[in-house]
Design a protein around this ligand. Structure first.
Ligand code: BG6
Length: 516
């Protein structure tokens, strides 16, 4: 394990330590961090849960998880043993004060062994029903008292609507200062998402044209091929708007639309992001149907296999009205973006998995080429690919070789993997590392979360009283309901086909390729 004296001794307390998130994401990420970057010289995990495990059983289970989910593949036995000896199991009921006293004692014991004060990090990897309770117990047990060192980490869902989000933020604030609260949106830990800031603000090239004068419209797509997997119980209550738009897509929108930050300070960046949310034009209740499309998948075909419809999935009601697809048209009412539509879409069981942001530039103001030169003329487009391809593609017009003036669309591509030749860390690695460093830049502040809910409340309210009459309205394996095209067509726009970054002819930065 690589260690770093700069990082404070850390006790990482996971509520829900025997659960899925710990097994799949948290411990594999912490283990990978211990192998790739450096960990605090003194580091321990206390996994708190109600099930009957002990240290050995827990370590075995977590070892399996690491072997299965670590991006480095199977863990070397020595490396794992070295890491695992600092993992402890603490059996306890989250609703009993003595569980918290036991954690306190365990922390004190570790601090004594280390001869140093530790920073306790409390991670809530529990069902959301516990989110409102654990912070109170932590406060009551005095575990949140060290405002400098103690941190609490919470994942979505941060509320079910604006009111419940406010109430949860209020509960957290009763025991913790805002600076101690780390709200995770794992999209912000993705390298390519962070690269949006680097691309925009570390290069003077595009920023001058990043506005309403040059940008025609922006599309943000987060499409998934998978269905709801084993999460029917959660998803059927949430739906795509709460599960994806309120958090991940809103964060992407903020990064694309925000003003340049003055410094790389956590609050400076978060202020700029929240400014975007405040500038988004509220959707009037009577325009929800024009501005938002919802969908639910029926059965269909994915990669040559027939898959069931949403209503046939485990844990889903047979007449469920939960949306598995949403597309929205938003406007950011400020100097930079007035009247430029931002189209957002996300859905399950779509044609393929792709997350990307496409900036569609305006047409040239005057077409000086003869009509026959521009038969397949299309405006320039910049695509930031987030997943699974990672990179940036710029499409523009070029002259086709030959005696005649004939223009064609070509592409310039930057591919992350090819350029950097190092695998990107998993988002959780980045985020957990930041929590240990006490850097909140990539985490959501209470006001951001609430501003995002506020924007979506009219949609939730209208949907609550006007259930869909046409569900399921798209077949698995397609790009969603037909009305999604109409949302853009009203303004003569269209969703771009997903950009391919990797294909048979491998190209580097600067290489130019003719589009198909
Ligand atoms: C989660 C959602 O936050 O993000 C899931 O709850 C979704 O429904 C997932 O599948 C997508 O994340 P990623 O990193 O796979 O794009």
């Amino acid at each position: 394990m690589k260690t770093d004296d700069q990082l404070e001794p850390t006790v990482f307390v996971i509520f829900g330590g025997a659960g899925d998130l710990t097994w799949r994401k948290l411990v594999p990420a912490l283990f990978d961090l211990s192998q790739d970057r450096s960990m605090p010289l003194h580091f321990s995990i206390i996994a708190v849960d109600r099930v009957g495990l002990n240290d050995d059983k827990l370590r075995r289970r977590l070892h399996e998880g690491v072997n299965k989910f670590s991006r480095r593949g199977k863990a070397k036995v020595d490396a794992w043993n070295q890491f695992a000896k600092n993992i402890y199991y603490q059996r306890g009921d989250f609703k009993k004060l003595q569980t918290y006293s036991a954690i306190d004692q365990q922390c004190a014991k570790l601090e004594k062994e280390w001869g140093a004060k530790a920073q306790p990090i409390f991670y809530m990897a529990t069902p959301p029903t516990m989110f409102g309770e654990i912070p109170n117990y932590l406060g009551e047990a005095g575990l949140s008292r060290d405002r400098e060192k103690t941190r609490i980490v919470i994942e979505k869902p941060i509320g079910y609507d604006l009111q419940s989000a406010r109430s949860l933020n209020g509960t957290l604030a009763d025991s913790f200062h805002e600076a101690q609260i780390f709200r995770i949106d794992h999209y912000l830990g993705k390298e390519t998402v962070q690269n949006i800031l680097a691309f925009r603000f570390a290069n003077p090239l595009f920023e001058p044209i990043w506005d309403r004068r040059y940008v025609d419209y922006v599309t943000i797509t987060v499409a998934e091929e998978v269905g709801i997997e084993h999460r029917g119980g959660y998803y059927d209550r949430a739906g795509a708007l709460r599960d994806m738009v309120q958090n991940h897509l809103m964060q992407l929108l903020c990064l694309v639309a925000m003003e340049p930050m003055v410094s790389f300070d956590a609050d400076e960046i978060r202020n700029k992001k929240v400014d975007v949310l405040h500038a988004v034009r509220p959707i009037p209740h009577d325009e929800v149907h024009q501005c938002v499309v919802r969908g639910q998948y029926g059965k269909g075909w994915i990669e040559g296999k027939e898959v069931c419809g949403y209503r046939e999935e485990d844990g889903v009601l047979a007449d469920s009205q939960t949306e598995t697809f949403v597309a929205l048209k938003l406007f950011v009412d400020n100097w930079r973006w007035q009247d430029v539509p931002f189209y957002l879409r996300t859905g399950k069981r779509l044609t393929r998995q792709v997350s990307e942001v496409a900036i569609q530039f305006r047409a040239v103001p005057h077409q000086s080429f003869p009509p026959e030169a521009t038969l397949d003329w299309q405006p320039s487009r910049l695509v930031m690919s987030i997943h699974p391809d990672e990179g940036i593609v710029l499409r523009f017009q070029a002259k086709h070789p030959g005696p005649k003036m004939h223009l064609r669309m070509v592409e310039m591509r930057f591919n992350y993997q090819e350029t950097f030749e190092t695998p990107s860390p998993d988002a959780y690695e980045t985020l957990l590392w930041d929590v240990m460093k006490n850097d909140a830049t990539l985490f959501m502040r209470a006001d951001q979360v609430e501003a995002a809910w506020q924007l979506l409340m009219p949609v939730l309210e209208v949907w609550a009283v006007a259930p869909p009459s046409d569900f399921p309205n798209y077949a698995a394996g397609t790009w969603g309901p037909e009305a999604t095209q109409g949302l853009l067509a009203q303004q003569g726009h269209s969703w771009p086909l997903p950009t391919e970054l990797v294909d048979h002819c491998t190209l580097d930065v600067g290489s130019v390729k003719r589009t198909k």
